[in-house]
Design a protein around this ligand. Structure first.
Ligand code: SAM
Length: 249
């Protein structure tokens, strides 16, 4: 089983141990069934990551004996916060998009039900899906040594996703865009934007209504060239390009 990482406050760690109680204790012991000698990671607000083993458990608290401490990879301050606004793809492609997007520095994910999304999320599935998606980003953060964990939120449709936008630079990847390339969008403004959001369609692409909705909220349609990329390829490609453009790679 992969080592679970939990967010703590730095004052919790004293004399090589961390004593945990309350909600975190309940989650670790009652929900995740962690027990004596299990290895865990504790990440604090300074980006410090402590690894250790549970060496004491009572009815209300547990103690972790710290065995090693490292500094997590801080977010590169020159790179804008990058949000991936992804229409739900088929099957488990979203797992790949969340995992690779986390490794490639996405700050967070807004997932939504696209007009042409084959997969649908019913209200009663939402909580479990969100828990699962946030577990994927937490595990990917741990694996690549990030100090932060990208959050994942769900919007019912493109209109709700676009309406929640507050990023400085807004792009929508549209294979029918003839004028504006990604290169144009990332080079025409020399100043690095504070934040970026990129909307990406599902396998069936965007409906014209969705393109209009995003455009009404200031999203610029951009092309990734003449080849039609799979939705998961598009999200990986755009993150890699933006990391390179703004010095994250
Ligand atoms: N309409 C596409 C077709 O004709 O096959 C299907 C959509 S494509 C598989 C999935 C998504 O990836 C698109 O909605 C778009 O957001 C993005 N995408 C793929 N290729 C692209 C390109 N060359 N330029 C811009 N966006 C692209």
């Amino acid at each position: 089983m992969s080592v679970r990482r939990f967010m703590i406050h730095s004052r919790t760690v004293r004399d090589g141990c961390a004593s945990l109680d309350g909600d975190l204790y309940n989650h670790m012991v009652r929900v995740l069934r962690l027990g004596l000698n299990d290895t865990v990671q504790l990440a604090d607000e300074n980006g410090t990551v402590h690894s250790g083993n549970i060496d004491q458990i009572t009815k209300e608290s547990l103690r972790v004996a710290i065995t090693s401490t490292s500094q997590a990879v801080p977010a590169n301050s020159s790179v804008p916060r990058i949000t991936i606004c992804q229409a739900l793809p088929k099957g488990d492609k979203i797992d790949l998009i969340l995992q690779k997007g986390t490794e490639l520095g996405a700050s967070d994910f807004v997932l939504f039900g696209g007009c042409r999304s084959v997969a649908k999320i019913h209200e009663d599935q939402k909580k479990n899906k969100l828990e699962r998606w946030n577990r994927i980003t937490a595990e990917a953060s741990r694996q690549c040594g990030r100090a932060d964990i990208p959050g994942v939120v769900w919007c019912i449709n493109a209109g709700e996703a676009a309406g929640a936008t507050n990023q400085a630079l807004r792009l929508i990847l549209w294979e029918d865009e003839q004028e504006h390339s990604l290169k144009d969008a990332l080079t025409e403004n020399t100043a690095t934007p504070e934040s970026v959001i990129v909307a990406i369609g599902p396998e069936g692409g965007f409906d014209p209504l969705e393109i209009r909705q995003f455009s009404e909220y200031g999203y610029q349609p951009v092309s990734l060239g003449n080849r039609i990329l799979r939705t998961e390829t598009a999200s990986i490609a755009i993150l890699a390009v933006m990391q390179y453009r703004w010095g994250g790679m």
